[in-house]
Design a protein around this ligand. Structure first.
Ligand code: BDP
Length: 872
């Protein structure tokens, strides 16, 4: 039976594994019988914990020795003048909803102080007193937070020069200890910097790191670290299982603008706990902005009624250093909702005063209530959204018009490059550069190059298509040297398993950010710093204004992200947008320690699950550079045969399956998209012999019988790769079961349920795709040569040709032959196997578990043999 997300929708799932057995982390470890539902019976004190604190849970430090040390080093919190620098508050009646546990603060230092009180109190399992006046000398064990302006101790111990180096958002954390006697200073140039330092300090305790000899100096590599919150689509964290809907008249969004019925009265300016939790979580990893609405923007967000609600939200987020922005629609000025201040289509001339004046007035209206409002995100001439091209103007004209209108207000325009007008080129991947590149190159009257204004960012997805699980980098990175460029990543898992599949995206972003663009300067010399991350952080080409944007996954579900493991993607996005050079495995380890447990085996096991999860998803969905095979209805499951009204929305357009092979030729013999890359990459990707195999079908039509680097032919390797993806998910499911004693009950069983669905749906991807490819290749599934292929000896006969995609195998024995498996012969010598059960008699069943460590992690397959007697 296939238990799929579509048939289940959130219900509790019965176990599917025929075995009911659980493996240890070593995959083929000993079997322990366990019944479904046992997790629910094993309630611990926090067994019902729902994940609503994200990674800011602050459970007591479990290791007694460490707890003692921490308690010695931290005995008091000192925040001088915490209440002095009140942030702007527009909304007089801002209030927490009745019964809230979070609270509103009015200064950033109050937020820092309260976080320390909460965090240290939880971690040290005892209250830590707060002092406002340190006296002459800080007491031993004091943790002092502030700026040179707010705190005398900071002034005495941290020089202005030292602080200068960390800029506006950075911080220093220094220990002034002699043995166990001494204190800790956390300082920033701004209160927000000090807040970031506070969270970094708490993170050290949460992850059981030392806190005594600290000399930490941190500052972000990228200036604007923003979320784009798509509040109505691709949101998999609404508290209603039917998708993005919410309960009690709420929609699924994290922020409630439209509550009616039972939820009426909970609209902003009523602040719900989750707003503050999200703000704390964002600040804890250094995010400093949020565009609160979908890129297919609804103009309602620009109406006075909505602006009043936005102002209230901005008030609540402001102490945490988070600034608001909005997505807008290019033709908003014509919307009758703005009457009498509306324009006609004729007045939408980007060079004219009317259009610019309108945007300036709207932006001033916003700024009057939200003084630190940062600007607009614009999706124009993309997927039916209007834009300058509808009126004979280009993206440069449109972006510059709105940018010029808001520049005097200090605001910026994030103009998206996700455009793909079919008239521009047959190959969708080429279109963005064709529409934007020439504007970047254009010589200006003053002799400089590039027409986009300084307060325009071109916001570009990491890959040239659309957030697929593996894409090559977008060729515009490095090519837009006269333009500010923002990188857009998708945190919400539209194409990476939504809220059902465990898929940690840190390694994917790391792969993209650390890809060498081989960018050259105008004289053709390779740049020194030219990884995608260097382009994005401005060091490659000397840009000082820089941005990374994450399409967010926050909803109103109890755990805010739908899948408990999707919290990790939000966390990783924050960490990587602060410092893209970080190692995604280290980030995962921090998150696991903060979210699940600090026990060594738990950390190691969960990190291992996370680290292979993305490559596994690539393998069972779109291996070897296959692109977009999603069914159009929901972008969750597969439909490789789908042909839609638009060619470039259709899986068939991307797979180009035929009797010769599979994949899209974008080399010079095909669409020549590869020519958009710098020469080194163009050559590497353009040649089927040098392109990395994991990008193969992005660039080439691959013959079914092509010899792969493994020695196998493409068809065999392709099928095995689909199988390996599923086999990894099997390993994750079994491994998660082994963690039951260490994980609180509710979250354990919720993840377990999802992994069961995940495994079934991964199998669906494999089977749907492979069966469809078979119609073109005319080949059968390979059997005896895969990573987990086996033959068995039963009743003296060697039997093989077991297709690893199958869930069970029928074996017919001659009369008199014993049903015992006497030998298992794996194809790959690195494979381990275990006979989990044997048939004593016929008809009967035997199970052989086969496992190995492959390039992205452990893979497991249970061969279930149904053994029968031949009828005479
Ligand atoms: C696609 C989504 C669509 C978005 C679009 C975008 O399916 O909902 O509107 O991206 O980025 O992936 O604008």
């Amino acid at each position: 039976m296939i238990i799929s997300r579509r048939t289940l929708l959130g219900a509790v799932v019965p176990v599917t594994a025929a075995t009911g057995l659980v493996a240890g982390t070593g995959a083929a470890a000993g079997a322990v019988g366990r019944e479904e539902g046992a997790a629910a019976l094993r309630t611990t004190a926090d067994g019902d914990y729902d994940g609503s604190d994200l990674w800011l849970r602050y459970v007591p430090v479990g290791d007694p020795g460490l707890l003692r040390k921490y308690r010695e080093s931290v005995t008091a919190v000192i925040v001088e003048n915490a209440g002095r620098k009140k942030v702007h508050r527009h909304t007089p009646n801002l209030s927490m909803a009745p019964g809230s546990t979070e609270k509103l603060v009015q200064t950033t230092l109050e937020a820092a102080r309260d976080e320390l009180v909460r965090g240290l109190g939880g971690l040290l399992d005892r209250a830590v007193p707060v002092k406002t006046d340190p006296g002459d000398k800080p007491s031993d064990g004091a943790v002092i937070v502030g700026t040179r302006d707010s705190s005398r101790i900071v002034r005495q111990h941290i020089s202005a020069d030292d602080l200068t180096s960390v800029g506006d958002d950075g911080y220093l954390i220094r220990s002034f200890f002699r043995g166990t006697q001494g204190f800790t200073v956390i300082a920033g140039n701004t209160e927000v910097g000090a807040l970031y330092g506070t969270f970094a300090f708490l993170r050290r305790l949460q992850t059981h790191k030392s806190i005594t000899r600290l000399d930490i100096s941190e500052s972000p590599r990228v200036r604007h670290r923003h979320l784009n919150n798509w509040e109505t689509v691709r949101l998999y964290a609404g508290n209603n299982a039917s998708g993005t809907g919410g309960l009690n008249g709420e929609n699924g969004t994290i922020f409630n603008f439209t509550g009616t019925g039972e939820s009426a009265g909970r609209n902003l300016p009523v602040i719900l706990d989750r707003y503050i939790v999200a703000a704390r979580a964002m600040a804890s990893v250094g995010m400093n902005g949020i565009t609160i609405n979908l890129v297919n923007a609804d103009n309602v967000y620009l109406t006075p009624e909505y602006i009043a609600q936005e102002a209230a939200l901005a008030d609540a987020l402001r102490p945490y250093g988070i600034k608001l922005a909005l997505s807008i629609n290019y033709t908003a000025p014509t919307d009758p909702r703005f009457a009498p201040d509306t324009l006609t289509n004729e007045q939408l001339d980007p060079h004219g005063e009317e259009f610019r004046g309108w945007w300036n007035r709207r932006a001033r209206l916003l700024q009057a209530s939200i003084p630190d409002f940062t600007g607009f995100t614009v999706k124009a001439n993309s997927e039916g959204q209007p834009g300058p091209q509808d009126f004979g103007d280009d993206h440069g004209d449109g972006a510059n018009a709105i940018a010029a209108a808001v520049a005097p207000l200090g605001m910026k325009i994030y103009w998206r490059t996700f455009v793909y007008n079919a008239d521009v080129d047959e190959d969708r991947l080429k279109r963005a550069y064709l529409e934007f590149g020439y504007i970047n190159d254009e010589r200006q009257p003053d002799g400089t190059r590039g027409r986009f204004l300084d307060n325009v960012f071109l916001q570009t997805k990491n890959g040239p298509l659309d957030f697929q699980a593996r894409e090559p980098i977008h060729p515009m990175f490095g090519r837009m040297e006269h333009t500010n460029q923002a990188l857009e990543l998708q945190i919400t898992q539209e194409y990476t398993g939504q809220d059902e599949m465990l898929c940690y995206l840190g390694p994917m972003w790391e792969e993209a950010l650390k890809t060498d663009t081989y960018a050259r300067d105008e004289r053709g010399r390779l740049l020194d710093k030219r990884l995608m991350g260097h382009i994005v952080d401005g060091t490659a080409q000397g840009h000082s204004d820089t941005a990374i944007v994450g399409v967010a996954n926050l909803g109103n579900a109890d755990n805010l992200t739908g899948h408990h493991f999707s919290q990790a993607n939000l966390f990783a996005f924050g960490r990587q947008s602060w410092d893209w050079t970080l190692d995604s495995a280290d980030i995962a380890a921090d998150w696991v320690r903060m979210t699940w447990s600090n026990r060594k085996n738990v950390v190691g096991t969960i990190v291992k699950m996370m680290m292979g999860s993305w490559e596994a998803l690539v393998s069972y969905q779109t291996p070897f550079g296959m692109a977009h095979q999603f069914r159009s209805s929901d972008h969750y499951g597969p439909n490789p045969a789908e042909r839609l009204a638009r060619d470039d929305w259709s899986p068939v357009y991307y797979n180009k399956a035929d009797s010769i092979g599979l994949g899209y030729d974008r080399s010079s013999t095909g669409s020549d998209f590869t020519a958009q890359y710098f020469p080194t990459l163009a050559a590497r990707y353009g040649d089927i012999d040098t392109v990395p195999e994991n990008l193969l079908m992005w660039f080439h039509h691959v013959r079914w019988d092509r010899r792969m680097r493994s020695g196998r032919i493409f068809w065999d390797e392709l099928v095995y790769r689909y199988q390996m993806g599923v086999q990894y998910v099997t390993w994750m499911r079994l491994t998660w079961d082994s963690l039951q004693p260490s994980i609180d009950a509710r979250r354990f069983s919720e993840v377990k349920t999802k992994l069961t669905i995940h495994e079934a749906d991964a199998g669906d991807w494999r089977d749907t795709c492979v069966n469809y490819w078979k119609e073109f290749s005319g080949r059968d599934n390979p059997a005896d040569n895969g990573p987990l292929s086996i033959k068995i000896v039963v009743g003296g006969r060697t039997i093989g040709a077991f297709d690893p995609s199958a869930s069970s195998y029928r074996i017919t024995l001659p009369a008199g032959a014993s049903p015992k498996i006497t030998k298992v012969i794996p194809a790959d010598r690195a494979t381990r196997y275990e006979i989990l059960s044997q048939a004593d008699d016929v008809p009967g069943q035997a199970i052989v578990r086969v496992a190995k460590e492959d390039f992205f992690g452990p893979i497991v397959k249970d061969y279930v043999f149904v053994i029968e007697r031949a009828h005479p």
